[in-house]
Design a protein around this ligand. Structure first.
Ligand code: CO
Length: 134
């Protein structure tokens, strides 16, 4: 059912430091920080030949990654995003298999302007999973 790995999201306490790490130490192509107030994060996109890494830093109050950074002050992998072709069919199958879909269970428009859903980390080997319809 799942297709390509779309991105890996890493929450970081210091965006400038994390950007420099990916750009200068790892030698990757790194975007400027992009504010996404509707998602409560500032994002830096790290482009790799086969996928993307997204560096996330909290923006505004009630950022969805604020608690994660409280628990992981050095930062850490926040979620992994897999592509699906039909998000409603994917959701129904996942629910049928006993996986918990977070929130209302209805897809929301994610950071790339496409419908996304998040799946409970306890049901996926301790990893928050995002599925995105492409
Ligand atoms: Co994501």
């Amino acid at each position: 059912m799942i297709g390509k790995l779309n991105h890996i999201a890493i929450a970081v306490p210091d965006m400038a430091k994390a950007s420099a790490l990916y750009r200068d130490t790892l030698g990757a192509k790194v975007s400027e920080p992009i504010a996404m107030p509707e998602h409560g994060v500032t994002t830096v996109f790290v482009e790799l030949p086969n996928t993307k890494v997204e560096l996330l830093h909290p923006l505004g109050e009630n950022s969805p990654i604020a608690k994660f950074l409280e628990r992981n002050p050095d930062g850490g992998m926040h979620h992994i995003c897999y592509e699906v072709t039909d998000i409603l069919a994917a959701r129904d199958r996942l629910k049928e298999k006993g996986a918990r879909v977070l929130g209302s269970g209805e897809p929301r428009i994610g950071a790339h302007g496409k419908p996304v859903l998040f799946l409970h980390p306890k049901d996926f080997a301790g990893t928050l999973v995002e599925i995105e319809q492409v």
